[in-house]
Design a protein around this ligand. Sequence first.
Ligand code: HEC
Length: 151
Amino acid sequence: MRGQLRTAIFAALACAAPLAAGQADWNGVSHPARARVDYMLKCQGCHQPGGDSKPANTPPLAGEVAKFLSVPGGREFLGRVPGVAMTDLDDVRLAELLNWTIYRFDPGHLPAGFQPYTAQEIGALRRQPLRLDRVQTRDRLIAQMEHPPAK
Ligand code: HEC
C-alpha cells in the first residue's frame, strides 16, 4: 500500500514538473522529477537540499562533486561511497540519481565528453562498496585534484 502510494506520488510529480531549461540534455536522466524526489528521500538528510552539506563530516556536493570525474579512480569512487552504494534504490534509479546529482549540483566541473553512469556500471560498482578505506581513498583523490601529475 505504501509502495503504491509512493508510486502514485512519483507519477504525479513526474507529470506535473515541467522540464527546466537545459534539462532535456541531461543524458542518463530520463525521469528528473523522480530523481529529485529520490534525492529528497535518500540523500538530502545528510547532503542538504542544496547539496551544500552543513553538518560536520558530510562533504558538500555543490560545486565539488564532478571534480572527482577528472581524476583517475574518481568515477568509480562516486559509485562506491556508502551513501550511494548502500541506498535502497535499484540500479536504474540509482544511476539516474547519481547522474542527476552531478548535473544538478556541479555542472561547472563536468568533464568534456562525460558519459552518464548506466545501471550496469552502477550495479558493478555498488557491489564493491568502500568501507573503512573510503577516507584514505577520498584524501588521495583530492590530493590529485589539487596537485595533478605533470603532463
Ligand atoms: C548518512 C549520511 C549520508 C547519506 C544519507 C548520503 N551521504 Fe553521500 N556522503 C556522506 C559522507 C560522509 C560522504 C564522504 C565519503 C564517506 O565518508 O563516505 C559522502 C560522499 C558522497 C559522494 C562523494 C563526494 C565526496 O566528496 O566524497 C557522493 C557523490 C554522495 N555522497 C552522494 C550521495 C547520494 C546521491 C546520496 C543518496 C542516495 C547520499 N550521498 C547519501 C554522507 C551521506
